[in-house]
Design a protein around this ligand. Structure first.
Ligand SMILES: [Zn+2]
Length: 174
């Protein structure tokens, strides 16, 4: 469940507060309340930490439904048009919408128009993990967001809802 990111939330938060442009190519941040994402150096008002989400790649920000800030234009940081980025963004969007359902890699790949092998490979190169691992990460995050609070209650609820343990469920997703 490791997403490619060697920066800690605290480091990223400090970069945002100090508008540190040296971090502009290393991560992006989005504000849940506005739906906008920015470069760390953006001069707009600092968000509340609790409302801030960090993204390492722009595809993830787009895939989560955030729009680029008109002021700092984080979308201009990514070079030319990249068809792979487009595919990864679509896959992230689908996972974020359908994370409560069983998502087969085969179907996901078909929906974004590439082979499962290819999707795994480009997803890994952009996001740093496979679509399957990303799905697991999203499930965990959403579970925490709805306030299970602890892992054990999350697992209990998970079992109740899908009628199997997360481990068995994971096997189905593959
Ligand atoms: Zn901005």
């Amino acid at each position: 469940m490791e997403i490619k990111n060697e920066l800690s939330p605290l480091t990223m938060w400090k970069a945002i507060v100090t508008c540190d442009a040296t971090y502009d190519t290393r991560f992006l941040y989005a504000v849940k309340t506005t739906g906008i994402f920015c470069r760390p150096s953006c001069k707009s008002r600092n968000p509340k930490f609790d409302n801030t989400v960090f993204f390492i790649v722009i595809e993830e920000a787009f895939g989560n439904g955030f729009r680029p800030c008109k002021r700092c234009r984080p979308d201009l940081l990514s070079e030319k048009y990249d068809p792979q980025a487009d595919i990864v963004e679509q896959a992230v969007t689908i996972i974020n919408m359908d994370y409560t359902q069983t998502i087969h890699l085969k179907d996901l790949a078909q929906r974004v128009g590439v082979s499962p092998f290819h999707l795994n490979r480009i997803f890994k190169s952009k996001i740093g993990c496979t679509p399957h691992m990303y799905l697991e990460k999203i499930r965990m995050e959403k579970a925490y967001q709805v306030g299970y609070g602890s892992l054990s209650s999350f697992y209990k609820n998970f079992r109740k809802r899908v009628n199997c343990s997360p481990k068995e469920h994971r096997a189905k997703v593959q």
